[in-house]
Each structure stands twice: as C-alpha cells, then as structure tokens.
Design a protein around this ligand. Structure first.
Ligand code: BGP
Length: 461
C-alpha cells in the first residue's frame, strides 16, 4: 500500500433525508420547503423527479444498508427529516417516524455501520417557513426543542450528531442567489438567517451536554478555501474578505465561539448587524463543537474588485471582491465546479494551525456526472474510473495532511447511491451505487463501489 490510513479511519458516504427517503407525504410526514416548492414550480427541477419519488430509502433501507456494508462502509451520515418527526415543526411527534428512524439506526448498528446523524439538511418544515423559517427567532426555539426530542429518542445509540449541514447554503440559496426557497435577494435577512442558524446550533449543543449524552456533537460546513489571483495586497485583501464571508462566518463561531472581526466590521459599517439578544453571545461562546465535518468540492478564487459596485444594486458580499477564473484550471464540466485536489489539504492544515487541530473528517467530497449510463458495461457495471481517480487524488492529500499531524478521522463520499439533487434532480449522478429510476429504483454497485471496498478493507490504497 502506498497510502496507508490510521487504524479505525472512518470510510463511508453521506446522504440526506429529503434527497433519498421518498415517501414525502406518507405515514404522517409533514410538508417541508422542498415538497412545497417542487409542487409549486416543478419546472425548476429538471427531469420530473422530486422528493416524493426519489431513491426510496424509506422502503429500501435494509437493502441499502446491506449494500453499504458490502462496499466497506464502517460509517454513514444520514439526516433526520424534521417534518417527518414533527409534522408541524413543533408539537406533536409522529410515531411512525420514530419507528422508522429507530429501525434505520438499529439496522445500521446490526450491520456494523456507525450512523452519523444530522438534524438539519436544508429541509425546513413548511409550517415553520410560513412564519419566516430561520428569519424568525421562534424557529430557533422550535429547532432546539426538535433537537432535544432527537437526542432523547435516539441518543442511546447515536454517538455522532451534527446540528447543521452546510448552514451557509440556505443563506446563499434562499436570500442571495436564488436556488433555495424562499428565493429572495435580501442581505439583511440573509445575515439574520445565518445568525439564527448559528445560535440554534449552539443551543442544540448546550442541550446535548445538559442531557449528559455520551457521544460527540458537531456541525458540517462546506469550506471553500479562498485563493487570491496574486500576492498583490489588493488581491490578498479580497481573498481574506471572501474567506470571512463564506468560510469563517460559520467556522469561527462553530469552533471558536466568536465571529470574525473583519466580517463584524463590515456588517456594522454597512448597517447589517443582525438582531442579537442578551445572553446569545455567551451561549455561542460556551457551546462550540466537538467535531467538524468538512464538505469540500471546490476552491474559491478571487481578485480585487475592478469596478466600483453600483450603489443602487442590492448589497452582496461580492462588493468586496471579484471572482477570478484561473487560466488552465481543471473543471468538472457536468457541475461547472473547479477540481482542485490540494484544496482539501489546505483546509486540513488551516484547521490544524488556526483551529486547535479540532477533530474533523471529510464529510462530503464527490463528483457529479451526467449521462453515466453510457459507461455501463456488458455486466451491468458502470465503469466510473473518473470517480476512482477523483477520490484517490483527494485521498492522497488527506493522507499528506495526516502525515503532518492533521486530526482528520475519516472520508465520506457524496454519496452512497444516486439521489435527488436540490438544483439538478437526477441529472448529475454522484453515487457508489447507481439507481435505475425506471426499474423500481434497482441498485447496482458501480466500479468505484467495488474499488472502495478494497480501500476500506485494507485501510488504504
Ligand atoms: C452539497 C449538499 C448535498 C449535495 C451535494 C452535491 O452541497 O450538502 O446535499 O446535494 O452538495 O451538490 P449538487 O447536488 O447540487 O450537485
């Protein structure tokens, strides 16, 4: 083996409830923003597949968990659907959902796959969105109550919890760049939403500790290391500010319990500070994460602003930088994202040097590819060599970071099986396992899945 990983390294993948469960209006599940939006504007979502008819994990979880085990998973990150457990977002508990998640968790444990469980993966219950979702402080309290219910019900078996998945994405998607409901453009609301999610996370961590639970609790962040076009001070400054907006905005409060001063200064100067109540900042300070999930897909490249922004246009973070397209960059043409493998190493080194080498793992990394069917061979196996190469090239850098003392404990691919995507439905496939939507969701392990088994079993490659 050229690349040997530490004993007990977590090998697996991740998925979320809305993207995989299906059964969106079955057994008492309440509506969430995705169910609602899909019915409202199906044309936004590509190919006629929505949360209702996605991969059907709700019915097939036994088969799926068996397959996970078969391809070497010792761990897997799932999320609980808030609106399945609490159909109105607060109040009444749906017993069918309790039963479902109990069954799923027990099935994982029986198969030796440790379930890592997320509380919120973009899926705000519609009843709470009607009062503003994360814009409304009442939703912070509703989330805190929901978190407590989850810890009480499942905390005896779940040892790794995550308060949020990529909390900046609902801020960007819902309030800046039009790809999540309620798709508004309103920086003031964006800041309040971001602030409330951070407060909600700290409150959930506090509740978890107060219940004297034995496991660990953390958050999953999508980090996009920020690279300046040049070392010229104006470019470097642009990159520092982009980093403050898109990474440190959530990373610093989650790990250090405080907000980056560069960001606070801008918000104060421009009049965009959120409403903060007495005692909030102490809660955030005292309830930082035990563990950090890092989702890494692409870097962010920036340069100094070339033209002054139009003062009439709505306030946006890119008032402080321009995006920079690096000549010769490597691209994933299907998703339009740059592939820069060393970025994963730069993140891990940054966590080691500036964030107390917090325990972390790669909680998502992956490659979405359109039209994978054409790579299916005569034996029915999709020959996704490009995915194997992609994973290997990233794992080499993870390995390098470990050699240098990084506290990274595992690698999870996005995703286990092809599933529904928030912006592209089933266009881009990401899984180790393909899902045939025409054949009752038939699953077949791709070449990458078979390869991953050997990596996980020999703990390296
Ligand atoms: C992350 C999300 C996932 C997943 C993935 C792939 O941001 O946490 O839920 O969807 O990205 O992105 P996409 O499906 O948009 O191609």
């Amino acid at each position: 083996l050229h690349y040997k990983f530490p004993k007990g390294f977590w090998w697996g993948s991740a998925a979320s409830a809305t993207q995989t469960e299906g059964a969106a209006n079955i057994d008492g599940k309440g509506e969430n923003i995705w169910d609602y939006w899909y019915e409202l504007q199906p044309e936004r979502f590509f190919d006629g597949v929505g949360p209702k008819n996605t991969s059907q994990f709700y019915y097939k979880y036994k088969e799926d968990i068996k397959l996970m085990k078969e391809i070497g998973h010792n761990s897997f990150r799932m999320s609980i659907s808030w609106s399945r457990l609490l159909p109105n977002g607060s109040g009444e508990i749906n017993e069918k959902a309790v039963q479902f998640y109990n069954n799923v968790i027990d099935e994982f444990i029986k198969n030796g796959v440790e379930p890592f469980v997320g509380l919120f993966h973009f899926d705000m219950p519609m009843e709470l969105q009607k009062i503003g979702g994360w814009e409304n402080r009442k939703v912070v309290y509703a989330y805190e109550a929901y978190a407590k219910v989850c810890f009480e019900l499942f905390g005896d078996r779940v040892q790794k919890w995550f308060t949020h998945n990529e909390p900046i994405v609902p801020v960007e998607g819902g309030y800046l760049y039009d790809f999540h409901y309620p798709n508004e453009v309103d920086f003031k609301k964006a800041v309040q939403v971001g602030y409330h999610t951070i407060l909600a996370s700290a409150k959930a961590i506090k509740a978890y500790k107060e219940q004297k639970q034995k496991g660990k609790i953390g958050i999953v962040l999508n980090l996009t290391p920020s690279y300046p076009r040049s070392q010229n001070p104006a470019d470097v400054k642009a990159s520092v500010l982009a980093d403050a907006f898109f990474n440190r905005s959530f990373l610093d409060p989650s790990v250090k319990g405080e907000f980056p001063k560069e960001l606070v200064e801008i918000l104060q100067e421009e009049g965009y500070m959120p409403t903060i109540e007495d005692g909030d900042l102490t809660i955030i300070k005292n309830n930082t994460v035990d563990i950090l999930g890092v989702n890494y897909y692409q870097p962010r490249r920036v340069k100094a602003k070339e033209h002054l922004p139009n003062p009439e246009s709505p306030f946006m973070p890119d008032r402080y930088f321009d995006n920079y397209i690096m000549p010769g960059r490597k691209m994933n043409p299907h998703r339009g994202w740059e592939i820069y493998e060393k970025g994963i190493y730069d993140i891990l080194v940054n966590l080691k040097e500036n964030y107390g080498n917090i325990e972390c793992f790669i909680s998502e990394n992956g490659m979405g590819v359109e039209g994978e069917e054409k790579f299916r061979d005569v034996n029915g196996i999709i020959q996704d060599d490009y995915r194997i190469e992609f994973i290997q090239d990233h794992l080499k850098w993870v390995h390098q970071a470990i050699q240098e003392g990084s506290n990274v404990k595992g690698y999870h691919l996005w995703t286990f099986m092809d599933n529904w995507s928030w912006t592209n439905a089933y266009k881009n496939r990401y899984g180790f396992v393909s899902v045939n939507l025409n054949q009752d969701g038939e699953r077949t392990i791709k070449k990458s899945g078979h390869w991953f088994k050997t990596v996980a079993e020999s703990n390296g490659f």
